[in-house]
Design a binder for this molecule. Structure first.
Ligand code: FES
Length: 316
């Protein structure tokens, strides 16, 4: 990995099923700077890489803090993070990457978080406090015990009215996303991070707003990966031709053939595996490319997308 070598300094239980991890630089040098909404990719055993939002104040250079929900992920990374790491363990990390940037000049930033989706908003709220800009948070959780960072949020909430908690176990109403969007003041920017149902409601509520004011981050894919197979992939640079069989993703097929491909989330979220397409029509299944980019068919996420044409030619 291209980023710093990290040392796990401490773990802390933040809520039921949620643990935070504070990393410092293994060499003691200041860590690469990050902006609010950024994440790091951590290298885990077995070739797993996982992306985690940075929770701490972006002005800090001495540490990275992430939080992991044991229930949020079923593909091994979360379970390992909850059972194995101990203070003093070393981790390889990427440099911070920001696919969910904060628009810092908005008169008001409105955050809608579901569960562990609170993490990027912690850094964003801290940054907006530094800038003296207003923010508002709607935070949906199953129960108060499952709500991470309540104390920290209360400390960040200088007005005392910015944080709205919605606990389904306490018969509180879920956030009315359509109303939040409808009543958002002119010029405000809206952000959502949470489960797919929440993101889908957010996307549909925001469909009439200019896209520059609407920001979302997924932590799980909204669509299944394409595994129908039955098409051929030609790799223009090496001249290799591979057949993608049913039951295999394009990424599986490339890796099986010994092709070097950069990838991280394997779910069409992070954009790491974006690959130029020279010919053919991909079956786009990712949440990374815009509608326009998908329609242009000049790039595809090989981790999850397949092919609508009998042949694809990729620039790798
Ligand atoms: S690896 Fe993340 S989009 Fe493909």
């Amino acid at each position: 990995m291209s980023g710093p070598q990290l040392l796990l300094r401490q773990l802390r239980r933040e809520a039921e099923g949620i643990v935070s991890y504070e990393f410092v630089s293994a060499g003691g040098a200041p860590l690469p700077a990050f902006t609010a909404g950024a994440h790091i990719d951590l290298q885990l055993p077995g070739g797993l890489q996982r992306s985690y939002s940075l929770v701490n104040d972006p002005s800090e250079r001495h540490r990275y803090v992430i939080a992991v929900d044991r229930a949020a992920e079923s593909r091994g990374g979360s379970a390992w993070m909850h059972s194995t790491p101990r203070p003093g363990d070393g981790f390889a990390s990427s440099v911070p990457v920001n696919d969910f940037p904060l628009y810092e000049d908005a008169p008001l930033s409105i955050f809608i978080a579901g569960g562990i989706g609170i993490t990027p908003f912690m850094a964003m709220a801290a940054r907006l406090n530094t800038l003296g800009r207003a923010w508002r948070l709607h935070y949906a959780v199953r129960s108060r015990q499952r709500a991470a960072y309540l104390q920290e949020l209360n400390a960040l909430d200088r007005s005392g009215t910015a944080v709205n908690l919605h606990c389904t176990s306490e018969n509180m109403a879920r956030p009315d996303i359509a109303a939040i969007v409808r009543e958002a003041p002119a010029g405000s920017h809206l952000y959502c991070c949470g489960p797919n149902g929440m993101l889908d409601a957010f996307t549909s509520a925001c469909s009439g707003l200019p896209s520059q004011r609407v920001h979302l981050e997924r932590f799980s894919a909204s669509q299944e990966a394409a595994t129908d197979g039955g098409y051929e992939v030609r790799l223009a640079r090496s001249g290799k031709t591979l057949n993608v069989e049913a039951g295999r993703t394009l990424l599986d097929t490339l890796l099986d053939a010994g092709v070097t491909v950069q990838y991280s989330c394997s779910q069409g979220i992070c954009g790491t595996c974006c690959t130029p397409v020279l010919e053919g029509t991909p079956d786009h299944r990712d949440d990374y490319l815009t509608h326009e980019e998908k329609a242009a068919n000049q790039a595809m996420m090989v981790c999850c997308s397949g092919s609508l044409s009998a042949r694809l030619v990729l620039d790798i």
